[in-house]
Design a protein around this ligand. Structure first.
Ligand code: NAD
Length: 496
């Protein structure tokens, strides 16, 4: 992959004219009320685009376009091999527009261009391609009933899916939902975060170019309490699939209950524990993975290993290794391909992260690395607190920034108790050479993904999602198809 240089990306950025209108029924268009909002580049603090501000009226139009095409069957009744062909074309188009999409993602979010190029955009096309290739290999079942009847068990598309996604991996996380939802034959209304609408809008045009029938994918950018809430309460949306904060996730459950009891699938917040035992096979490797596990993407990662639990006897050595690793993650110009950490999503969020640090320090926690020294208003560098008590908000609350809290433990039981002492349950890692301990811990950790001697391995073949208030259901893998299909049983009498 050619990462080019800063001049290359700056020149390209100057010519960038992002699409910023809604996409409904296969056409870009203004919002009904013609309302707009400004999307800023967090790195320059300059306006990047003036985006159509969708509201209830736009959501109504998008849902009815999605419903109409679903009932007509252009896509929902098309052979899986037909859907596969279109989605494979779409994956190819995403790949062809790799640089354009990576640039948009970096300009819109402040994440390093290196990571948009290497992770976000390839991750998006891999998700679309994976479900395209999978969908004509999914079989129904014949139940082992008695001889006088035949019972067929089949999976059907559900109808209209609302997909509401956050700003930390905008296109990638959207594609984890769009891949299985579209491959299964549903229609979708996608609402990107108001802080990162641009790749979703570009994606819609590419989907049309690939041959997706009009109305099957609609994109309504806008705010959570307007377009988002209108989708959540809409009586004709069958499924809400969401990635975002636990606070919003809880609201969506209420909205579903008070409207049409739509199914609600939630990928929410996290406060994942990364547990390093004294018999860790390679402390240097563990320190590098621990730093990447919290400082990558400026710490704006749901599964960030934000709580480091380290065995007492190696704690000081390990924290020193970690401080050295943290130097590799200093904030820089996001368009420079050598930059490993960009800016946070906006000044408000950066201020919130700084406030966590300020208050954490004021409560007496030991600040051994202070990321507030960065001069950029939207940037916070790697920050480490040590000897944090499990009752402290630093230990309990999701900060969603590059802030690592370290606590010491004396034995396996204490490590386990500390790890599970959280409202969240997205990920957990265990570093040990003891195979039995790795399995013991894995069984008892309340987390959707457990990593042994790595942090955050991932692949499209493996489900991703959380226990407890980190959510329900799973993205990725064939398991995700369950969220976007209804199970139908058909009983056929064989009596003459
Ligand atoms: P957020 O909940 O504020 O917003 C997420 C999306 O929901 C946005 O599109 C927003 O406009 C919309 N929204 C907000 N209020 C709404 C409402 N009342 N009704 C409908 N939609 C509404 O989250 P965020 O700040 O964008 O993202 C950060 C959060 O996302 C963190 O908590 C992070 O852990 C979580 N996250 C989770 C995963 C995962 O897979 N579990 C992945 C990435 C991010």
């Amino acid at each position: 992959m050619d990462f080019h240089d800063l001049n290359y990306w700056q020149a390209l950025a100057r010519t960038c004219q992002p699409e910023s209108r809604l996409f409904i029924r296969g056409e870009y268009q203004a919002a009904v009320g013609e309302a707009l909002f400004v999307s800023e580049n967090p790195a320059t603090q300059q306006p990047l685009a003036t985006v159509a501000r969708g509201d209830k009226a736009d959501v109504d139009r998008a849902v009815s376009a999605a419903r109409e095409v679903f009932e007509r069957g252009d896509w929902s009744l098309a052979a899986p091999s037909v859907r596969k062909t279109v989605l494979l074309r779409l994956a190819d188009l995403l790949e062809q527009h790799h640089e354009e999409l990576a640039l948009l993602e970096t300009l819109d979010t402040g994440k390093p261009i290196r990571h948009s190029l290497r992770d976000d955009i390839p991750g998006a096309w891999r998700a679309i391609r994976w479900y395209a290739e999978a969908i004509d290999k999914v079989y129904g079942e014949v139940a082992p009933t008695g001889g006088s009847e035949l019972a067929l068990i089949t999976r059907e598309p559900i109808g209209v899916i609302a997909a509401v996604v956050p700003w930390n991996f905008p296109l990638l996380l959207a594609c984890w939902k769009l891949g299985p939802a579209l491959a299964a034959g549903n229609s979708v209304v996608l609402k990107p975060s108001e802080k990162s609408s641009l790749t979703a809008l570009r994606f819609a045009g590419l989907a049309r170019q690939a041959g997706l029938p009009d109305g099957v994918l609609n994109v309504v950018p806008g705010f959570g309490d307007e377009a988002g809430q209108a989708l959540a309460r809409h009586p004709d949306v069958d499924v809400m699939t969401f990635t975002g904060s636990t606070r919003t996730a809880k609201q969506l459950l209420k909205d579903a209950g008070e409207s049409n009891m739509k199914r609600v699938w939630l990928e929410a917040g996290g406060k994942s524990a990364n547990i390093v035992f004294a018999d860790c096979p390679d402390l240097r490797k563990a320190a590098a993975a621990t730093a990447a596990g919290i400082f990558y993407n400026q710490g704006e990662v749901c599964i960030a290993g934000s709580r480091l639990l380290v065995e007492q006897s190696i704690a000081d050595v390990f924290v020193n290794l970690l401080k050295a690793e943290a130097r590799k993650w200093q904030p820089g110009e996001p368009l420079d391909p050598n930059t490993t950490q960009g800016t946070l999503i906006d000044n408000d969020h950066a201020e919130k992260v700084r406030e966590f640090i300020r208050k954490g320090e004021a409560r007496g926690n030991l600040l051994v690395l202070d990321g507030r020294l960065s001069p950029h208003p939207a940037a916070v560098g790697p920050t480490i607190f040590t000897d944090v008590d499990a009752r402290d908000p630093l230990f309990l609350e999701e900060i969603f920034g590059p802030v690592l809290v370290v606590s010491r433990f004396k034995d396996e039981e204490e490590a386990l108790a500390l790890a599970n002492h959280s409202d969240y349950g997205l990920g957990a890692a265990v570093w040990t050479q003891n195979l039995s301990r790795a399995h013991r811990m894995s069984r008892r950790l309340k987390a959707g993904s457990v990593f042994v001697n790595n942090y955050n391995d991932g692949d499209m073949t493996v489900p991703f999602g959380g226990y407890k208030q980190s959510g329900n259901g799973r993205d990725k893998s064939l398991h995700a198809l369950e969220k976007f299909t209804e199970l139908k049983t058909t009983w056929i009498s064989l009596e003459s």
